[in-house]
Design a protein around this ligand. Structure first.
Ligand SMILES: [Zn+2]
Length: 87
């Protein structure tokens, strides 16, 4: 995921114990930010290119669909093909 250097990002500060400390958020309503004591808005270019971006904001992490063995796939596997409509 690449961001425009002028893109606004949000960084959580003043909290510990999170696995997302100092990572960049592109969504101010990110679930990870709700745990922060304080949130500051920055510009993307203020951080190095390899600065970690929140996996929730980047879409790399989805709580119920990131296992590669999701419930949806298992349901599809279990379903009778005749009962699965693609329309
Ligand atoms: Zn985030």
């Amino acid at each position: 995921m690449s961001l425009d250097p002028d893109a606004r990002v949000w960084v959580a500060t003043g909290f510990s114990g999170s696995n997302c400390e100092k990572c960049l958020h592109t969504d101010p309503d990110c679930r990870n930010l709700t745990e922060a004591r304080d949130v500051v808005a920055k510009r993307r270019r203020m951080y190095p290119a390899d600065q970690r971006v929140c996996e929730i904001c980047s879409g790399a992490y989805t709580p119920s669909r990131d296992t590669g063995r999701s419930e949806a796939y298992e349901l599809l596997d279990a379903a009778d093909p005749d009962e699965v409509s693609v329309e």
